[in-house]
Ligand binder design. Structure first.
Ligand code: PLP
Length: 400
């Protein structure tokens, strides 16, 4: 059977606009398409392929589990889920873990838990959710509304209520909204989809203090910033500001779908049996892979490597930019980098993406003005060098 990109248009719901080529195989930070053309991957499946493609340790974990037990539902627990929960608790502030299948579901669980706990402790009025404008927390109707980007949440009828929006990195804007009816404040320590914008440390610390003053829970959405992306296991550890609830997904599974919500025992106790759930949450295959991902990433070698590779990649882009001034800023932490287009190239990130593909390089956008890199955390020096030379060739052609 021969399949091609045109089958997407014929058979699939048109909510995506995938690239013209169809990837068929990957190894490390390289991907090949149907025609056998090779690409260097700085997109990492949108910050998901934390250990590259088909990492042998993950292939082993998946295939071993595939020969043992695939699924039992939450009517039973299972060993890979228990082991992963133990690993996450041992490596973070958390004492309890809830598993699900995606970032949106991890945030949905976080928001429901925060409201439930706040309401049970202080009464029905304490349900207000504060969230940053231009943030991204997923596409369920609650999370997409919380995301504060009307272009994603408009047009679906009445929205969930009780949500107010502050300006990211503007503490006064949080102060103006927070009160004793606030159940929680949710934010990304680095706004990913919103343009790879890291939080100011004083802002995160200030929000933590405001939450303490008003008995509001602080939720960090670490779906994109977590699992080694910043060079610490989670970005909150890099900042030294501890949330009450944390969501993880993307890099947690290294390419196998899984999400997790982490919290303390005192807060977790409000989600008693029957209050929340999902059939696949804690699926043995997903948890076996994520356990292997976590063990592999949570080592000094990988985490320090992320910081070294950050320097390499950033310096490389800055050197290209000195020759071809396309960007006004290269920002981000660890291996989540955003190259912000100079004013003269406004809204042209998609053109940079297309030019890169022509040179055999996969990169991402984060809005129309930011070219984003979210590669494997173990991308090799040689792969970084090749990716940079392809990026330079793409920019030279685009500007030439
Ligand atoms: N939260 C953040 C910070 C994200 O970047 C994303 C996805 O881009 C999500 C949540 C949603 O995750 P998922 O697409 O797995 O539902």
């Amino acid at each position: 059977m021969s399949l091609s990109r045109s089958d997407f248009d014929q058979y699939m719901v048109p909510n995506y606009a995938p690239a013209e080529f169809v990837p068929v195989r990957g190894a490390g930070s390289r991907v090949w398409d149907q025609a056998g053309r090779e690409y260097l991957d700085l997109a990492g499946g949108i910050a998901v392929n934390s250990l590259g493609h088909c990492h042998p340790v993950l292939v082993k974990a998946l295939t071993e589990q595939a020969n043992k037990l695939w699924h039992v539902s939450n009517v039973y627990t299972n060993e890979p889920a228990l082991a992963l929960a133990q690993q996450l608790v041992a490596s973070t502030f958390a004492e309890k873990v809830f598993f699900c299948n995606s970032g949106a579901e991890a945030n949905e669980a976080a928001l429901k838990l925060a409201r439930r706990a706040a309401i049970e402790r202080f009464g029905e009025k304490k349900h207000k959710v504060l969230s940053a404008l231009n943030s991204f927390h997923g596409r369920t109707f609650f999370t997409v509304t919380v995301g504060g980007q009307p272009k994603y949440s408009d047009g679906f009828g009445p929205k969930p209520e009780g949500i107010a929006y502050f300006e990211y990195n503007n503490l006064d804007s949080v102060k103006a909204l927070i009160d004793d009816d606030t159940a929680c404040v949710i934010l990304e320590p680095i706004q990913g989809e919103g343009g790879v914008l890291p939080a100011d440390p004083a802002f995160l610390q200030g929000v933590r203090e405001l939450c303490n003053q008003h008995n509001a829970f602080l939720i960090f959405d670490e779906v994109q910033s977590g699992m080694g992306r910043t060079g610490s296991l989670f970005a909150y550890q890099e900042y030294g500001v501890v949330p009450d609830i944390l969501s993880s997904a993307k890099s947690l599974g290294g390419g196998f779908p899984i999400g997790a919500m982490l919290t303390t025992a005192d807060i977790a106790k409000h989600l008693v049996a029957g209050t929340h759930g999902t059939t696949y949450g804690g699926n043995p295959l997903a948890c076996a892979v994520a356990g292997a991902v976590l063990a592999e990433i949570n080592t000094p070698a990988v985490l320090e490597g992320v910081k070294t590779k950050h320097q390499q990649l950033k310096a490389g882009v800055e050197a290209i930019n000195a020759k071809y001034p396309l960007f006004k800023e290269v920002r981000g932490m660890g291996l989540l980098l955003g190259c912000v287009l100079a004013d003269g190239y406004k809204d042209r990130a998609k053109e940079v993406l297309n030019a890169a593909v022509k040179e055999g390089l996969m990169v991402l956008m984060a809005g129309p003005n930011v070219v984003r890199f979210a590669p494997s955390l173990v991308i090799s020096d040689e792969e970084i060098a090749t990716a940079l030379s392809r990026f330079e060739a793409a920019i030279a052609k685009l500007l030439g």
